[in-house]
Design a protein around this ligand. Structure first.
Ligand code: URA
Length: 201
């Protein structure tokens, strides 16, 4: 049967796949139109997200709204979700087994929405398309994989805690409209890798 976003959201709300469900008020599946061209992936829900069941509604979310406004976009134009869907105790970092337990939800969200561009916020979501990379080196550099343009950015909360990062975060955000417009002419790293493998035979 064809997956739908509502069905995935319902499964996430009822999920007991890892220990984080014990401490949550509610799970935070994601928010935005199912046909969004741009998808943002953060780390995991915090206090306000757990209360409201919506992603990025606290201080980092307000900053994300400001960043979106800089490129004349609104929340309603994009889909926003997180690597893990339940709040960790005291907002600690997600553990590998929690990320693993949520992995198939994120994979299914990506395959149903089929965004043109995925913007990863912070190092946990960056690790999917850029394993072993350092965010200080790869942020602001796009990479196309299987037709999706991945664009890593610092997490907005990082810029709130460390104001010296703010200009870089804003600069990266301002690159998004041009990247979207140019992505069709950008090389696909997976296709390039396939071509490289073929030349080995
Ligand atoms: N930080 C995140 O990574 N995600 C949220 O939803 C809120 C804050």
């Amino acid at each position: 049967m064809q997956d739908t976003l509502e069905q995935i959201h319902a499964e996430i709300r009822a999920c007991t796949g890892c220990r984080l469900h014990f401490g949550r008020r509610q799970a935070v599946p994601g928010d935005g139109p199912p046909n969004a061209k741009i998808m943002f992936i953060g780390e995991g829900p915090g206090f306000h997200e757990d209360q409201q069941g919506l992603p990025f509604v606290g201080a980092a979310g307000h900053f994300l709204d400001e960043l979106l406004a800089m490129i004349r976009m609104k929340r309603a134009d994009v889909y926003i979700t997180n690597v893990i869907k339940c709040r960790p105790p005291a907002n600690r970092d997600p553990q590998p087994e929690e990320i693993e337990a949520c992995r198939s939800y994120l994979d299914r969200q990506i395959s149903v929405i089929r965004p043109h561009m995925i913007i990863t916020l912070g190092r946990y979501s960056m690790a999917r398309p850029f394993p072993n990379a350092r965010i200080s080196q790869v942020h602001g550099h796009a990479r196309k994989v299987d037709g999706i343009l991945y664009f890593p950015m610092y997490h907005p909360a990082a810029a709130l805690h460390q104001p010296s990062l703010r200009p870089e975060v804003e600069q990266d955000m301002r690159k998004i409209p041009d990247l979207l417009a140019q992505m069709d002419s950008m090389p696909d790293s997976r296709l390039q890798e396939d071509a490289r493998q073929l030349t080995l035979f």
